[in-house]
Ligand binder design. Structure first.
Ligand code: IPM
Ligand code: MG
Length: 369
């Protein structure tokens, strides 16, 4: 019997509600498999700041350090509420980025997936979606503008200024390229490299290192596309993409666009992979405007469980089962409010009902032997 320790960080806003549904799935996976999960809950984000005075408290760090994997809900407050917290203690700067740095989670995997049968969720036309959208954005997560040196002050002309540095060394680029190329090998063997080498020197080095690393993966066809063109192509022809690799900031922006072409950011789970452990999180924010109403879509949170099962625990088939269980809820005509268009024929269900339906569907699937 395998036993894994999992740190559970519900986070802010809708985080606790959608995490409760993820926990239901962990419990059922335990029942169905030769595995036990020790789920240890800890405070993280703005809620942790108000409770303990820090958004990533020492006790939470200890829980995460001891865990085999971490799953976290979204963090953050609305603009007005944020102002009650000093800048460096706000959940993004004071918790999320320190978490990424601490576990050196350099590789962020964001699947953008919508089967043809669910094409009606997307704002794109059926002829554009074709056989469905199925791509993975691989985002470098601990470099670039997010982590570069920052400086601000008043310049010689008496004007306030700010300087933020976009820095990558070749090793940082090399390791993310290996991840992207290895993923391409497991998929369609086509890698789109997203860059801006017509302007940015960082992209010139990025492309150069990709060229060197790609030699080790001769079967993978590497295609280069400028980031602005990629944004257009995600709308006009998303099906040409399979694996896309990009630096941190480009990845932040394009992955939200990924959620947009699916019809909801609520469909975007993710893995943040480091050398020792990964943490898993929805790609979206904490949606404070709908928090506490039991209407949020827990798909991204449960999808993060599925990604953990595969990637941290090697439970590939059970992971697939969780994905299919979620798809089957949609296939049965149900969905949460974010995907229910006015006048549509979708039967609207709440957060807990979605989780319960996933659990029921998973329970009905053959166990992995
Ligand atoms: C994401 C989020 C974060 C980011 C925020 C919350 C700091 O938008 O994971 O995409 O910008 O990386
Ligand atoms: Mg983002």
């Amino acid at each position: 019997m395998k036993n894994y320790k999992i740190a559970i960080l519900p986070g802010d806003g809708i985080g606790p509600e959608i995490m409760a549904e993820a926990v239901k799935v962990f419990r059922l996976v335990e029942e169905r498999n030769d595995v036990t999960f020790e789920l240890i809950e800890a405070d993280f984000g703005a809620s942790a700041y108000f409770k303990c005075g820090h958004p990533f408290p020492e006790e939470t760090i200890a829980v995460c350090d001891a865990a085999d994997a971490i799953i976290k809900g979204p963090i953050g407050l609305n603009h007005e509420e944020s102002k009650k917290i000093p800048l460096d203690m706000r959940p993004e700067r004071g918790a999320l980025l320190p978490m990424r740095r601490r576990y050196n989670t350099f590789a962020n995997f964001r699947p953008v997936f919508l089967p043809k049968s669910l094409g009606h969720f997307s704002p794109l036309k059926a002829e554009i979606i074709g056989e469905g959208i199925d791509l993975v954005m691989v985002r470098e997560l601990v470099g670039g503008l997010y982590f570069g040196d920052k400086e601000e002050g008043v310049n010689e002309q008496g004007l306030r200024y700010v300087r933020e540095t976009l820095e990558y060394d070749e090793e940082q680029i090399r390791r993310i390229m290996h991840e992207a190329l290895q993923l391409s090998m497991r998929r369609k063997k086509v890698l789109h490299n997203i860059h801006k080498s017509n302007v940015l020197r960082s992209s010139v080095l990025w492309n150069e290192v990709l060229g060197e690393v790609a030699v080790e993966y001769p079967e993978v066809e590497v295609k280069h596309i400028l980031v602005d063109a990629a944004a257009t192509m995600l709308c006009l022809n998303p099906c040409q993409f399979d694996v896309m690799v990009m630096e941190n900031m480009f990845g932040d922006i394009l992955s939200d666009q990924g959620g947009g072409i699916l019809g909801s950011l609520g469909l975007m789970p993710s893995e943040c992979k480091g050398p020792e452990k990964s943490y898993y999180e929805p790609s979206h924010g904490s949606a404070p405007d709908i928090a506490g109403q039991n209407i949020a879509n827990p798909y991204s949170m449960i999808g993060s469980v599925a990604m953990m099962l595969e990637s941290s625990f090697g439970m590939l088939q059970e992971s697939k089962n969780v994905w299919s269980a979620m798809q089957s809820v949609f296939a049965d005509g149900y969905s949460t409010a974010d995907l229910s268009k006015p006048g549509g024929s979708v039967k609207m269900i709440n957060t807990a009902e979605f989780g319960d339906r996933v659990v029921t569907a998973l329970r009905a699937m053959p166990k992995v032997v």
